[in-house]
Design a protein around this ligand. Structure first.
Ligand code: ZN
Ligand code: ZN
Length: 483
């Protein structure tokens, strides 16, 4: 803008909408210039959209200009975990561990990978102090940052400060160094510095980290991010982009798969059960309780919850046994169901053997629990979106869809239209091509809304319409849908 350029085009990736990450937006002049075009990306929540969340801080009470009065054309993208492209840049998104739904972004182009991961707290409290193994969800995080040429990572605290900051949703420098070495990261920029640490204190911290790295003959380059800093990342063509998070299209509309979400709760502690069910209901999600193993198995088979939260506090309650019982049913669904274990400490190895997906370590705040629940419910919805669409679906819909009724009877659950992965889909999933946003939305609408009322003539007609719509430009699609 200072050079007088007109018609600027840009993209803004937002990790989450906590104030320290969005307060620059109302003061970002290029948003106010007519002719400019901006795409803003952020994690899709439940209920509120990214645009609504951003508009909230610019309401009349707080700011003289509303978001809608910005002169530039702004497009909002509510994303789920997956990948999408910005021109020739491949972007992958991954949920971080923070008391708000937060994305890390991995950008790959020209043989270079840059990862931005703030705000994030290691899942394992031991790991936060720089000790212990990288396993479970922490391993997923390591895979996400794997081989990054530049990792920009949250490092707000030190291991010494951490015990007083558990659950704040931030990392320690010791953890970030351990993670970077493990994941063979080349350069790491420490960021989200604690507001109480001044520049000299950061320099001292950096000097001690570098001294330790030298002692261990590590080639890791660690520096502290500075406002206004520009970092050049040289292409390293010998390395391919093998580190993508997943092949799911991050802009897929998953609302229909969210519509009937429920969470199965196996918590004996009545206070905690009440607190958790309040948090789940605040997300607009149905809660189901069970009292014994049999009931748990029945509920899982019948209601197909998006997530199970179990308590493990032996000898009072054995969550591992419940988890094993759920996993024992020989069905794809039971194996995919995320199980979050509430316990006073993680027990990674026996947990993994029992089939525990994630841990919620006591004590935790409502915001933390809520975010974890959100993330898993959204992930399950994405799984269902993937599982719903068999390999040959596009081809099948191009022909008159005559077998939908049988498919539903064989595969759908009692409550009706919720999609589920059928046997064998898990194996196929890795081979599936990415299905475009428009196509998946149309397939969804078809399967959910139309199939229950199917009559041969009607569904033939609809099948043809969808086939035509998915191969025509977007304006024509709208017209067809409008009819
Ligand atoms: Zn935050
Ligand atoms: Zn923050």
């Amino acid at each position: 803008m200072s050079a007088g350029a007109k018609g600027l085009r840009g993209h803004i990736l937002i990790s989450h909408t906590h104030w320290d990450h969005i307060q620059g937006i109302p003061f970002f002049a290029p948003l106010f210039v007519p002719g400019n075009e901006w795409d803003i990306y952020g994690p899709k929540g439940l209920g509120q959209s990214l645009r609504e969340a951003l508009a909230g801080q610019m309401q009349y009470t707080y700011f003289p200009v509303t978001l809608d009065q910005c002169g530039a054309k702004i497009r909002y993208h509510d994303l789920v975990e997956g990948t999408f492209d910005i021109d020739d840049i491949k972007v992958s998104t991954h949920y971080l561990n923070h008391p708000a739904l937060t994305f890390g972004y991995r950008l790959e182009a020209d043989g270079v990978a840059v990862v931005y991961a703030s705000d994030h707290e290691p899942h394992s409290r031991m790991l936060a102090t720089g000790h212990g193994e990288i396993t479970g969800q922490d391993l997923r995080h390591a895979e996400f940052v794997n081989c990054a040429d530049l990792l920009i990572h949250d490092a707000q605290f030190t291991a010494e400060e951490y015990p007083a900051k558990i659950g704040w949703g931030h990392s320690t420098v010791e953890y970030v160094v351990k993670l970077s070495k493990y994941a063979e990261v080349k350069r790491v920029a420490l960021t989200h510095h604690d507001p109480l640490r001044d520049d000299d204190a950061i320099d001292r911290l950096l000097a001690s980290i570098r001294a330790r790295l030298r002692e261990n003959a590590s080639s890791l380059d660690v520096f502290a991010a500075v406002e206004g800093q520009v970092v050049e990342v040289a292409p390293s063509h010998e390395k391919g982009s093998a580190c993508r998070a997943g092949e799911f299209q991050a802009q897929t509309p998953i609302e229909p798969a969210l519509a009937e979400s429920s969470v199965l709760l196996g918590i004996v502690d009545t206070k905690m059960a009440a607190a958790l069910s309040e948090v789940i209901r605040a997300e607009g999600i149905h809660v189901e309780f069970f009292s014994d193993l049999d009931e748990a198995r029945k509920l899982v088979a019948k209601d197909r919850p998006s997530l199970a939260i179990l308590e493990h506090d032996p000898p009072r309650i054995d969550g591992m046994e419940t988890c094993r019982a759920i996993r024992q049913q020989d069905n794809d669904y039971e194996h995919q169901l995320p199980v979050v274990m509430v316990a006073s400490q993680e027990d990674q190895a026996p947990g993994a053997a029992a089939g525990v997906t994630d841990w919620l370590i006591k004590p935790f705040t409502g915001a933390y629990a809520r975010t974890k629940i959100r993330a898993w419910v959204l992930r399950t919805a994405c799984q269902w979106m993937r599982g719903l669409i068999p390999e040959d679906e596009e081809r099948r819909l191009a022909r008159p869809p005559v077998h939908v009724q049988q498919r539903r009877r064989a595969g759908a659950r009692a409550r009706g239209s919720r999609p589920m992965a059928q046997k064998g889909t898990e194996k196929r999933r890795s081979l599936e091509k990415v299905i475009s946003t428009d196509k998946s939305a149309l397939l969804w609408m078809y399967c959910r809304e139309i199939a229950p009322f199917e009559t041969p003539t009607f569904s033939n007609k609809v099948g043809e319409l969808i086939a035509r719509a998915t191969s025509t430009p977007s304006d024509q699609k709208c017209e067809i849908l409008g009819h």
